[in-house]
Design a protein around this ligand. Sequence first.
Ligand code: URA
Length: 234
Amino acid sequence: MESKRARLDRFISVKTGVSKKNVRVLLAKGQVLVDGEIARDIDLIIDEFSHVTIDGQILQACQPSYVMLHKPIGVVSATVDDKHKTVIDLLDRDDKHSLHIVGRLDLNTSGLLLLTNDGRWSKKLMSPEHKVGKLYRVQLQNPIDESYIAAFANGMYFEYEDITTLPAKLEIVDDHTALVTLMEGRYHQIKRMFGRFRNPVIGLHRISVGAITLDADLSVGASRDLTADEVLNA
Ligand code: URA
């Protein structure tokens, strides 16, 4: 995602059409407030959530939002869709159309879905370099055995993308149930990994993303704002 950070003089100039030279005059006169403080430094870096006013007029006032949704099966992880209800349709909040999805889930996958308008936060959670674990409960059609553990840990070569999956952790819960932790989110990754064993996934549910765990009492289709702690420590 493109960075939304800009130097203060450029930011004001682009937003208002006022030349940078005249922006400097506004700054020198103390007419610009950033997050409630008089701003005089043209080098101040502004991001999409900086609150900026000129002579008391709001130039930008966008609050960051971070949402946990219990995604139901049958609802599509997209912001618009012709055929299915989308996860955005499930939200009841004014800013819902400004949110994007942090790591999609398939139509028939349920569980924790995060949404935000903060591109830097979502990038951090989703980029494989940050090694944020995504934990899934997987129901299989056929019995599983210990050989799956090494295969997931060693990674699997996906010819279509020409990549080998990062080491993934698989724990056997019972004959037909596994807990899988992925550090990335390739297309249909879990289904394709079990597909190597010709073992169809018949149920898939995301339990957590990093330190954020779906509330046990958040009903299917319901959502809530993340706490400041969840946002910081995700
Ligand atoms: N892996 C899948 O196959 N589907 C998901 O929705 C998530 C991970």
